[in-house]
Write a protein that binds this ligand. Structure first.
Ligand code: CMC
Length: 391
């Protein structure tokens, strides 16, 4: 017998038990492994949080160093991957490039596919943690027409990533503590968010034992959509468009409320949060701080704040419990850091990587069954076959 009820969008369907991330959307609470997101964003660095998500506990100094060393040992990418990247047009969207290259890594690292033992799993994890930032930086450098090379093991994970992104062709790069701290914070805030669209994708692809990299590649594609991670790019494009159009926020508020207009206020609303997205609160403060510290004045920050103020007082948004989400202010920080708008969703992917890994690992270690939802069939009943000459 089939099922008789469905839950489109899985609005009220639990897919698994998980010990990784706790989220209370009514109260606006987010915790990784029991630690408040506010504490982690303030006191930890991204690699510590990655370790926490993946292995369940905050690392000791020694554990963190070993994790970092093991990642660094895997931070080279087969030179032939550059040839694949070469084949992409310069205009290719970095998310398409990243999901393709993550898939391509399977061919270069076949031992990362059938991972059953803890050791094999660990090796696959440090491999992708090492190579993914390289691929992300390459996706950017390809677009920017910059030479592709590798990182600097002497730097922290995030500093090293920034160096891979921004080092000049002559190798020149100066670490900037403000940028490193800001990016650490942003990546931490994006690191996990329980069973969202991309994470559910990673778990369901992984549930066929397709392997970590294949599951991640699928997750990257899921994240790309503008209703999910792609919203950060869409927000900045929207704010730019409003600015170009004379900064008339009221006009865009009206468009967002008009049901005959497909326009939505990007960066607003969330499936689970019916209260302030705690990540948005932290990012809003960080946006002010980072722009101040960098001495950047960006008029779209004022437009964003104006939209937020209006939305929070508008009955359409109030009744539907639509608040700014994580993507509303993040792009303003990325832009101030010199990261172009087409790279924003790739930055989200870099942050979400440990969350995806942790969720995949949990799913495999709990020996979850293959993901296979049912449906309610609404098509034709049995029909007589008609020969092609009689149709
Ligand atoms: N602007 C205008 N109206 C909206 C918006 C918005 N951004 N978001 C939701 N609504 C309305 C929607 O039209 C609906 O109204 P009604 O009940 O009258 O039909 C009601 O609010 C509920 O929306 P929904 O689409 O049924 O809610 P959902 O849970 O299916 O969708 C969402 C959640 C995030 C996809 C949606 O709020 C949205 O499209 N937001 C804009 C895109 C965005 O910022 N996405 C990033 C999400 S956070 C980052 C991440 O984790 O991916």
């Amino acid at each position: 017998g089939g099922v008789t009820t469905i839950d489109p969008g899985y609005k009220n369907t639990g897919s698994c038990e998980s010990a990784i991330t706790f989220l209370d959307g009514e109260k606006g609470i987010l915790r990784y492994r029991g630690y408040a997101i506010e504490d982690l964003a303030d006191k930890a660095d991204f690699l510590e949080v990655a370790y926490l998500l993946i292995f369940g506990e905050l690392p000791t100094k020694e554990q963190l160093e070993k994790f970092h060393d093991d990642i660094n040992a895997q931070s080279h990418v087969d030179e032939d991957v550059k040839k694949i990247l070469d084949g992409f047009p310069k205009s290719a969207h970095p998310m398409g490039v990243l999901s393709s290259l993550t898939s391509a890594l399977i061919a270069f690292n076949p031992s990362s596919v059938n991972v059953d033992s803890d050791e094999e799993m660990y090796n696959a994890i440090v491999r992708i943690m090492g190579k993914f930032p390289v691929l992300t930086a390459w996706a950017y450098r390809k677009r920017a027409g910059l030479p592709l090379d590798y990182g600097d093991d002497s730097l922290g994970y995030v500093d090293n990533f920034l160096k891979m992104m921004f080092k000049k062709p002559n190798g020149e790069y100066t670490s900037n503590k403000i940028l490193v701290n800001a990016l650490d914070k942003l990546l931490i805030l994006h690191a996990d968010h329980e069973q969202n669209c991309s994470t559910s994708t990673v778990r369901i692809v992984g549930s066929s034992h397709a392997g970590l990299f294949a599951s991640l590649s699928a997750g990257i594609n899921a994240l790309w959509g503008p209703l999910h991670g792609g919203a950060n790019q869409a927000v900045l494009e929207m704010l730019e468009a409003i600015k170009e159009d004379g900064g008339d926020t009221k006009k865009y508020m009206a468009k967002a409320k008009d049901k005959s207009d497909p326009f939505r206020l990007m960066g607003f609303g969330h499936r689970v949060y019916k209260n302030f997205d705690p990540r948005a609160k932290i990012i809003k403060v960080a946006a002010d701080d980072v722009l101040n510290d960098l001495g950047v004045e960006d008029p779209i920050l004022d437009i964003a704040k104006g939209l937020e103020r209006e939305a929070l007082e508008d009955s359409y948004f109030v009744d539907r419990k639509l608040y700014p989400n994580v993507d509303f202010y993040s792009g303003i920080i990325y832009r101030a850091m010199g990261i172009p708008v087409e790279m924003f969703t790739a930055m989200f992917a870099l942050g979400r990587l440990p969350g995806w890994i942790a969720q995949w690992k949990e799913m495999r270690q709990r020996k979850e069954p293959i993901g296979r939802p049912r449906q309610v069939y609404i098509g034709e009943n049995l029909r007589d076959f008609k020969d092609i000459t009689k149709r």
